[in-house]
Design a protein around this ligand. Sequence first.
Ligand SMILES: NC(=O)c1ccc[n+]([C@@H]2O[C@H](COP(=O)([O-])OP(=O)(O)OC[C@H]3O[C@@H](n4cnc5c(N)ncnc54)[C@H](OP(=O)(O)O)[C@@H]3O)[C@@H](O)[C@H]2O)c1
Length: 328
Amino acid sequence: MSSNIVIPRGHSDSLLEHNGGPERAGETLAILGCGVMGTAILLGVLSAQASHLKTDGANLLPNRFKACVRRSEWADGIRSKLPPQTLESTVALHMNDNVAAVEGADMVILACQPHLFKPILEEPGMAAALQGKLIMSVLAGVTSDEIENHLQTVLPRGAFSVIRAMPNIASAVQASSTVLEARPPQHQQPLPRHFVATAHAIFSCVGAVFITQPVTFSICTTLNGSTPAFFAMVIDGLVDGAVALGLSRQEATQMAATTMRGTAELIMSGKATQDLRYEVACPGGATMQGLRTLEEARTRAVWMDAMRASTSGQSGLSEGIMVQRKVA
Ligand SMILES: NC(=O)c1ccc[n+]([C@@H]2O[C@H](COP(=O)([O-])OP(=O)(O)OC[C@H]3O[C@@H](n4cnc5c(N)ncnc54)[C@H](OP(=O)(O)O)[C@@H]3O)[C@@H](O)[C@H]2O)c1
């Protein structure tokens, strides 16, 4: 299995250096399918820019956005989350108007449901509108090859560039873990370096960015995209346990989430998970009793099974069932 290159926020490696590419890839980003994830990325980038967060390649970041939706509920939802002046000056909402949005954009994030990318790419005029532009796909279970093969029926090879990215829901609070797919050097359609740098700059606005090879991308999709739901389930269970013992739900939720964040910070500072467990669970102590309960329930094996189930569950998402999310 190929080794992954880890690029923490604010750092870059030679893969991402500009090498003769234009200084700016473009200024306007169209988000095709601005639902939960599209809105999270939009809010994350806007908030990073508002807080003057300096990322590598900040000069590559878009400064105007086109949020594409097809239901008015989504448009209302986005409007309610943005300051009104942003809507006038920075973010344009496009309802059932994808082609015009892409025509007026320099780069695109494809963020519709995985099974809907083909009808969107097949809209009359879409292929021409995409020509020469960077397409960043966050679609789970849809490979770059699938998108490229689909576009190659109408556009010549090399007329577009697809970069696969897998952010997570914490993009909205700039705490995502995002993986970008590297192109093997022998790939028949290499990616322009300034496009890779642009994608890196955008996703750096919403958290840490990692790079992985195509062969490991689906594992990273689960680890980055799905595990916020897993971690939420851990907190849910702990909170229910605390509430059952008499603590208020609000206090329990705050404490459990804060403790999860602190544990993550310790691990990210270099502490091994096993050392951490041993340091918390002193011999004969109460924590060890709790760990024993977790071991009896095969908890670690269950997490391993969940990783496998989510990773193998990605195949076929591009042909998936038509489920529309209820707009929150
Ligand atoms: N949510 C996550 O945590 C997460 C994490 C990683 C990756 N992803 C990926 O991100 C993508 C979006 O996921 P999501 O959770 O954000 O789903 P979502 O909330 O359902 O968002 C998808 C959006 O695309 C819109 N859309 C569909 N067809 C369209 C069209 N023809 N023109 C314009 N807009 C259109 C949908 O509108 P309708 O509702 O009206 O169809 C919806 O607003 C998926 O491919 C998913 O695999 C999601």
